[in-house]
Design a protein around this ligand. Sequence first.
Ligand code: DP6
Length: 321
Amino acid sequence: MKSSTAIAHPNIALIKYWGKSSTVGNIPAMSSISITLDVMESKTKISFPSDLNEDTWILNGSKQASLERIKMPFNQLIKMSNVSDSCLIESDNNFPTAAGLASSASGMASLVMALSHALELELSLQQIIELAMLGSGSAPRSLFPGFVSLDVTGAKITCSTIAESNQWPLEVIVCITSSDQKNTSSRAGMGISKKTSPLYDNWVGNHQKDIQIALTAIQSRNFEQLGTIVIDNCLKMHQVMKTSQPSIDYWNETTHAVVQRIKTLKAQGWDIFYTIDAGPQVKIICKPDLTEEVAVEINKIPGIESIVKCGLGQGARLIDE
Ligand code: DP6
């Protein structure tokens, strides 16, 4: 067996998924659209040291108590290969982990890439998509560059780039308001929302309309139209979370302050919009000529821990080490 390393970038959902149709295969209950970022990345190295006597996962330098979080794609790949040697998985994120910055998406995408290569499995792209999905519902999107559509029709999944990074080079200002790990994982939160939120059925039932509007906006490079649907879709998802029992609220005081500031800037004519995932970070999207000015404005808000300026990035790939 050979060693193999892959990197993948987080992706930010413009039109979100929140809810699973099936926990078998980890299938989302709805389609989603995302952008893959650059700058932030997860790197996963796979090796088979001869002195290792059990499969071991080291995340950001810490040995994990078990492989629980990655076991679905990991076990499936090992089964496909018939390899019995102990495997060392070393994953590193150059940004906060499990804080609503899609580290599971980039982590799983890089894991599946590196492990399938190390095991010398000749997999189709569709197999890689499905294996990444076993790890995280949003992970297939990190396999692809630019604007990405993850289409879910029943149990049928397709995932592909709908516009390359250079075809509409928007930029993203990631405002980190807390790098603490979140209390409720996306997976647990989705289960709670599906069971208890009175808004859940409506959220799932009307979701395809948002997908269509966003697709049209991306195809016609209509920034205003895209921004309006992205904010609307994001707020609907957070309403589903908040109306769950127990209520799930990922926002903190600074998240609210950033959203208020964006509203004011928009009212003054700034071409920006935002989205927020399962965590307190705000991602502001703009055209490249505004990035610096937006970052300066946002940095003035008390409570901002840091700001990461990203462009749109590449899909997951193997690297030489
Ligand atoms: C709010 O894909 O992280 O970011 O499949 O359980 O790992 P698991 O969930 P995950 O959930 C992402 C939720 C979201 C919206 C999105 O990215 O579409």
